[in-house]
Design a protein around this ligand. Structure first.
Ligand code: ZN
Ligand code: ZN
Length: 175
């Protein structure tokens, strides 16, 4: 149903959640990228504007420097309006605004922000948005490529949200 990949080797049968697998692969890519985002930011010809409530806007004004740490240049544009002037070119295409909005939700919801948590959070947001969805069928070649890339990951068993990627069905009798 375009959700799981089924694979087999000497160890047994594997059911792989394709969205979670792709998320893991993308997460490790983005986590590396967010390590030095400054070099990657591109200025926008048409800045994105974001609206917040008054309370959120007040809080956000004091937290704008956190966005810079992940390569997003956000400025207060007056009242409850903010403007995104630049973000890294490798943000998931077509999802840039959603990623920045969700990043802002996270920045507003945290009592205390630290850079390593922010980097993880930003990587998780980008990886989810950049990944194939359930119900999207892969060709055999695409599925194989995904499994190879997953096998090369540092942590191939859970997605960045902590959900399992692989279900293992072991052969019970191996005599
Ligand atoms: Zn996801
Ligand atoms: Zn996930």
């Amino acid at each position: 149903h375009g959700t799981y990949l089924i694979a087999q080797n000497d160890e047994g049968l594997f059911l792989i959640d394709q969205h979670a697998a792709h998320e893991r692969v993308n997460y490790e890519f983005y986590y590396e990228k967010f390590g030095q985002p400054e070099e990657a930011s591109q200025e926008l010809l048409l800045p994105i504007t974001l609206e917040f409530t008054r309370a959120e806007a007040d809080k956000l004004k004091d937290r704008l420097h956190w966005f810079e740490r992940v390569g997003v240049y956000l400025e207060h544009f007056g009242g409850q309006t903010f403007r995104v002037c630049a973000y890294p070119y490798w943000f998931p295409k077509g999802e840039e605004q959603r990623v920045i909005e969700e990043m802002a939700e996270w920045v507003l919801s945290e009592r205390k922000i630290d850079l390593s948590k922010l980097r993880e959070q930003a990587s998780t947001l980008c990886s989810c948005k950049a990944s194939i969805k359930a119900n999207q069928r892969l060709t055999d070649a695409e599925a194989n490529m995904l499994l190879q890339r997953l096998a090369a990951c540092r942590q191939p068993y859970t997605c960045p949200h902590g959900r399992p990627i692989v279900e293992i069905g072991r052969a019970s009798c191996r005599e």
